[in-house]
Design a protein around this ligand. Structure first.
Ligand code: GLU
Length: 305
C-alpha cells in the first residue's frame, strides 16, 4: 500500500522554494485579505485512509471548484440534456470572456467557464425548491459535514464588483439561455462560489469521483459510473482555465482549480486530493498546488496516463 502521508511530507519540503512565486487574487476584494503563505494538502484514498499536511484543516473560499459540484447536482436532474444548453469543449479563452459567448450565440463552451457555470446555476434555480439551501445541503451531504457554509461577506464582495458576470448573465438571457430572473441566478452563483471548506472537507466531498459515484461516509450513489467518466473527462480538459493542457501534461489527473487558491484532483479508483495555497500564477492556478500535484504523480509514478 502506498504511504501517502510520507509522500506528502516529502513534498512539503520540496515545495518550499516556490513559496515566493505568484500573487493572491485581488479580483474579489474580500479574498485579497487572506494570508498568502497558507499551504495545505489532504488526500483520501479508496481504502478510506486520510493523509494530510500543513493548513489542511483551515477553511478557504472554494470559488470555481464549486462549479463541479453544481454541475454534478444539475446532471442528476437533466442528464445528457444538460449539453443542449452548454458545451463540453475547452475554451482556449479566459474564463470570463464575453467575446466567445457572443459569436457562439449564447451557448457557453463548457460548464467551467463563468458563462457555463451561470447556465448551470440557472438550471439549479429552476429545479431546486429552495435553491441556495438545497444546494448547500447537497454539498454538506457529499462531505458529510454540517459546518460547510456560504461566506456572505465574500458573496457580497463579489456581487459589488461582479460587472462582468452580470454582463455574461444578461448576454445569456438575451440569447434565451437563462430561464429565471438574472439577479436571482447571479445571487445563487455568487453564493455557490463563496462556499468555504477545508482541504479535508473538499477531498471528502469529491471522493465520489474516485469511487465510481459513491460517497465516502454513507456510500450514497451520486452519479452513475458512466456520468462519473464524463465529468472526470470534463475536469481533465476544462478544469484549469486556459492552462488545462499544461496541468494534464505536468500532473496527469482530472481536477479543478479556483481563484481562492484551491485545487481538487482525482485519481479514479485510487484517491482524491485537495491542495490549498492562495498565491496564483498568471493563468489563475495556485503555484504551490500545481507543483505539489506534479510532485505527487511523479513521486507515486501513478497518473491516469
Ligand atoms: N466567483 C469567481 C468569478 O466568477 C470565480 C472565479 C474562479 O475561481 O475562477 O469570477
Amino acid at each position: 500500500m502506498t504511504n501517502y502521508k510520507q509522500i506528502l511530507q516529502k513534498i512539503e519540503q520540496e515545495i518550499k522554494p516556490f513559496s515566493n512565486e505568484g500573487m493572491v487574487s485581488t479580483s474579489i476584494p474580500e479574498l485579497a485579505l487572506i494570508s498568502p503563505f497558507k499551504f495545505g494538502i489532504h488526500l483520501v484514498d479508496t481504502a478510506r485512509v486520510d493523509s494530510s499536511i500543513g493548513d489542511s484543516n483551515e477553511k478557504f473560499s472554494i470559488q470555481s471548484i464549486s462549479k463541479v459540484l453544481s454541475l454534478s447536482c444539475a446532471f442528476k436532474f437533466l442528464g445528457e440534456n444538460t449539453w443542449s444548453r452548454v458545451g463540453v469543449e475547452p475554451s482556449g479563452n479566459p474564463f470570463n470572456s464575453l467575446v466567445q459567448l457572443e459569436y457562439e450565440k449564447g451557448k457557453p463552451r463548457n460548464p467551467f467557464v463563468n458563462a457555463g457555470a451561470i447556465v448551470i446555476a440557472d438550471i439549479l434555480v429552476s429545479n431546486l425548491k429552495s435553491p441556495k439551501s438545497d444546494f448547500l445541503n447537497f454539498v454538506r451531504n457529499l462531505a458529510n459535514c454540517d459546518t460547510i457554509n456560504f461566506n456572505e461577506e465574500v458573496a457580497l464582495s463579489e456581487k459589488k464588483v461582479g460587472y462582468r458576470n452580470a454582463a455574461l448573465a444578461n448576454l445569456l438571457k438575451s440569447f434565451g439561455n437563462i430561464e429565471n430572473d438574472v439577479d436571482e441566478v447571479l445571487d445563487f452563483y455568487f453564493h455557490q462560489c463563496s462556499i468555504e471548506m477545508t482541504c479535508k472537507e473538499l477531498a471528502h466531498s469529491f471522493y465520489f469521483f474516485a469511487n465510481g459515484g459513491y460517497t465516502l461516509a454513507q456510500n450514497h450513489r451520486i452519479l452513475t459510473e458512466s456520468q462519473i467518466k464524463r465529468l472526470n473527462a470534463l475536469m481533465q480538459t476544462c478544469g484549469f482555465y486556459d492552462e488545462s493542457g499544461e496541468f494534464a501534461y505536468k500532473v496527469g489527473l482530472p481536477g479543478k482549480s479556483g481563484i481562492g487558491g484551491g485545487i481538487i484532483a482525482i485519481h479514479p479508483q485510487k484517491y482524491c486530493v485537495a491542495t490549498w495555497s492562495p498565491k496564483l500564477n498568471e493563468k489563475g492556478n495556485s503555484v504551490m498546488g500545481m507543483k505539489a500535484l506534479e510532485l505527487l504523480t511523479t513521486e507515486t509514478q501513478m497518473s491516469i496516463f
